[in-house]
Design a binder for this molecule. Sequence first.
Ligand SMILES: *Cc1c(COP(=O)(O)O)cnc(C)c1O
Length: 363
Amino acid sequence: MPPVEARAWVEVDLLALEANLALLRARARGEVIPVLKADAYGHGALPLARFLCQRGARRVAVAAVGEGRTLRRGGVEGEVLLLGSLHPLEAEEALRWNLVPSLSTLEAARALAARARALGLTPRAHLKVDTGMRRVGFPWEEAGEALRAVEALGVRVEGVYTHLATAGEDAAFVEVQRRRFQRVREALGEGYFYHLENSYGLLLHGGENVRVGLALYGLVPGFGLRPILRLLARPTLVKRLRPGDRVGYGGEYVARGGEWLATLPVGYADGLPRGAVRHVRGPGGELLPLAGRISMDQTTVLLPGPLPLEAVFEVLSPDFGPTGLLAWAEARGTIPYEVVVHLSRRLPRVYRYGEEVREVANS
Ligand SMILES: *Cc1c(COP(=O)(O)O)cnc(C)c1O
């Protein structure tokens, strides 16, 4: 592996991303739409969008207009779908950056149509339908009426979709939502691009056109998917402790004396869940315990012996073991989504395709 000139960084494995995409495409009967919101769940939306478009993704999805703008500024040309529900105040920005918003209110549809007329652009949108999540979307029973009203405003509705509330949690309710969406589809007719499942929906129930985030990033165990992200760090200091030395805030770790300690320059501000991470992996893959508490910017690790400052520690591993993201999330009492989106942007992102470093992104 060629050296990376950094003391701490996030490494994204594009080869693993490619394998995950292939696996998901083999499962879906239609299109796989990569979901790149929240900076691609912390993985870096722009490098991933570029790579996925090269690999045949015709459209990607994000949540916020600003996220779409970042992709456009970075040269992404395919369709960029804005999930959620367009706010009327965002209509102009969405049009200017050629982003396709989701509509679940007539207010937003009117704003989109009006701004498009003023700018001389075509208003395009996907219609969001609520089949049971009760968050955004036109009620499924009124989807036909909503479609006609939106189209009457001059908006070109290209796609229609809904979102599952209980994929991976309540299969019976998934079925209810799928049946409702089928009714919507029958009522609205062909000529629209219909999409439905998310990661767990696709993996557990199959699907046609799907929007996937978590599975693309390999954060779902048991389906042959692989996490694509690692967090690596080099120690800024390695030293031997004396008997009675206390390490870190609260002096929680008390040394017997003679232990070797490495200080890694990553902490909870980098996204390590404080109180949940108990180990990292040493340069040989060995599991090493932390000594004391994680600080904002630093973490202290016990070593079996001295190591040079060039040594690379794997703080977060691309697997489902004790140093993987799912273990972090579980220890923290939360879901992997929440942990992964909090990996700090101050860590450089290194994009690797096999042995080749394709890109280094610093924010
Ligand atoms: C985030 C999101 C997805 C992707 O969900 P995963 O569980 O990460 O696959 C799909 N659709 C919508 C509307 C979303 O907001």
